[in-house]
Design a protein around this ligand. Structure first.
Ligand code: C2E
Ligand code: CA
Ligand code: CA
Length: 573
């Protein structure tokens, strides 16, 4: 019996003869809910509107305007509707083969006799489609009840086919740093926020005659006819969530691709909405963006860069610049090390700075391949310098937050230095502070593993990642790199200078060295030196430069060292 599942299922009876309809009704009504349609067009509408509740269709073949074959064909061509079993009811025995070919699961001949047999066949057909239970559960997202991503796309496509109205808008919403809600307030609070947003989104879809779905963790999708006031919509969705969203870190973002191009696939329309949405990431003053020409050009450029990357690596188009770090604690400033910064000498686009491609490659995971290449090249270079100059310059490389998720990162970097005959102590690893706040457990595990192998870890961009004092004291790090934003505005006794002094104090209490980045002027240099900063990197000493130029700095350092030694020897003699 179908009654194993404790729900009353719905059967659609498609029949224009009242007497036949009544008979079928009598056969099923004790255990099923029934809805009716009496012509082909209405059938299609009814199926479309109720596809999520209809368990079976009993289909008359002969009907006004559109016959049963057309209905079958229509259902067969739709990924979702195809799942609903159809039993054809007809007096034409010859039509059987054609109907089976069109996806019908069974056949009942008219006039109806043996109601018990008919009932058994209906129950059986539904039972056989028991897998439909699975389909149902993936069609709607368990938490919010919204359509899941794939079904959302399918329904949107479907909507276009049937309404054929242009002027549709594709919208994406997401919550910036949603993970913080889970982390700080618990999963329940996170779920509550998602459910609340989902309810608003559902409501909007209903009002505007559109479709709502859940794209992923904290991403929501809306496909609606154009002409809405989106500022107001954003406010409405955020209503009641002020306690959690009114915050510079956690807020609702919205990307809109207006008046979508009907000639591109639905998914791509939402990709564009996502591009708009991502364009305002990290900018909490703006929470809403429309996809425009400029984004289109940028997207095209990004696509090109993604396509060109692999060959770029093969062809050696990625070159590494070295920016020296000077230790300022001794009597004279001495070369302490360098940071490796990648550049892309693109054959057609010219020299590209990392801000053009690093964030892009982080978004799609390609960065790991590029970083691996950089680590390898730098290790090779460091080894060469050790041999050529008998001088040890530890070089710091950047490790993206994305790299942290790579399986066996410790092993990977360790093997890289080993293959190049240098020790882990010669390759320092810079990891941005915000990576620590985003996924602290994982990063601590990975960083501990790397330190155990002998790598020194530098916390990059310190001061921008919201790590708490409490957190910072328990983090496994060797060097703090003050972010340039702080250095930029320091003057004697001003607020930023006090911040810098505070951060240097923290570093001292943690017994880690401090590097100040972005030091450009003598004033900044003096202030930092007086405040007890250990190492300085910035235009004040040198811009990042090609390896050949950096070698001159090594030579100069060697000469000064030699002079010092000579002076010392001279002093002894
Ligand atoms: P970052 O790690 O914070 O690197 C420091 C950036 O500051 C570099 O920009 C450097 O050229 C610049 N800079 C150095 N001194 C000064 C100064 O005195 N004044 C000013 N205004 N700027 C200075 P660059 O090379 O454009 O790199 C930008 C970012 O790209 C880096 O920020 C880093 O996050 C990323 N990056 C660079 N190379 C790599 C790489 O190989 N892998 C990964 N994953 N990221 C990289
Ligand atoms: Ca860095
Ligand atoms: Ca930095």
């Amino acid at each position: 019996m179908v009654g194993q599942l404790n729900v009353r299922r719905t059967i659609l009876i498609v029949e224009d003869e009242p007497i036949n309809r009544k008979m079928l009704d009598n056969i099923v009504k004790d255990s099923y809910d029934v809805i009716y349609a009496d012509d082909g067009v209405r059938t299609i509408d009814t199926i479309r509107e109720n596809s999520d509740i209809i368990s079976l269709v009993l289909l008359d073949l002969m009907m006004p305007d559109m016959d049963g074959y057309e209905v079958l064909e229509f259902m067969q061509n739709d990924k979702i509707l195809r799942q609903i079993p159809v039993i054809v009811c007809t007096s034409e025995i010859d039509s059987e083969v054609r109907c089976f070919k069109l996806g019908a699961v069974d056949f009942i001949s008219k006039p109806f006799s043996h109601p018990m047999v008919i009932r058994a066949r209906i129950d059986r057909a539904i039972e056989l489609r028991e897998g439909r239970g699975l389909i149902q559960s993936t069609q709607n997202d368990a938490l919010t009840g919204l359509l899941t991503h794939d079904f959302f796309m399918e329904y949107s496509h479907f909507r276009d086919l049937h309404y054929q109205n242009s002027g549709m808008d594709a919208l994406i919403f997401n919550v910036n740093r949603f993970h913080l809600i889970n982390e700080l307030q618990g999963r329940r609070a996170g779920d509550d926020v998602l459910i609340k947003i989902a309810d608003s989104v559902k409501q909007i879809a209903k009002q505007k005659g559109g479709i709502a779905g859940r794209g992923g963790a904290d991403e929501f999708l809306l496909y609606i006819p154009g002409g809405s006031d989106y500022d107001q919509m954003l406010k409405d969705i955020g209503e009641g969530l002020e306690y959690i969203l009114n915050n510079s870190r956690v807020y609702l973002r919205m990307g809109i691709y207006r008046n979508v191009n009907m000639d591109i696939p639905v998914e791509q329309r939402f990709d564009k909405a996502r591009v708009a949405c991502n364009s305002i990431r990290g900018n909490y003053n703006i929470q809403l963006a429309f996809y425009d020409e400029e984004m289109h050009d940028k997207e095209a450029l990004n696509e090109r860069l993604i396509n060109d990357m692999e060959n770029g690596i093969k062809d050696g188009q990625f070159v590494i610049f070295y920016q020296p770090k000077y230790s300022i604690r001794g009597d004279r400033d001495s070369l302490y090390g360098a940071e490796a910064l990648v550049r892309w000498e693109h054959p057609e686009l010219g020299l590209l700075r990392p801000d053009k491609f690093v964030p892009l490659f982080e978004d799609n995971g390609l960065i790991h391949k590029l970083d691996h290449y950089v680590w390898d090249e730098v290790s090779k270079q460091v080894g060469e310098w050790m041999v050529k100059y008998d001088f040890k310059v530890p070089v710091s490389v950047n490790v993206s937050r994305v790299d942290i998720g790579a399986p066996n990162l410790e092993e990977e970097i360790f093997t890289t230095v080993q293959n190049n005959w240098i020790s882990p102590g010669m390759l320092n690893l810079e990891i941005t502070e915000s990576a620590y706040t985003e996924n602290s457990d994982q990063i601590i595990r990975v960083v501990n593993g790397l330190r155990d192998r002998g790598f020194a870890i530098e916390m990059d961009d310190f001061g921008t990642g919201y790590s708490s004092l409490n957190m910072i004291t328990s983090l496994p790090i060797d060097i703090l790199k003050l972010d340039m934003q702080f250095v930029k505005n320091i003057h004697d006794g001003n607020k930023d200078m006090k911040m810098v002094e505070l951060m240097i104090d923290i570093a001292r209490s943690l017994k880690v060295k401090v590097v100040a980045e972005g030091v450009e002027t003598k004033e900044q240099y003096d202030l930092l030196k007086n405040a007890g900063c250990d190492i300085i990197q910035g235009f004040y000493f040198s811009m990042p430069c090609p390896a050949s130029e950096f070698e001159k700095l090594i030579e100069k350092e060697n000469e000064e060292l030699e002079a010092e030694v000579n002076a010392a020897i001279g002093g002894i003699n």
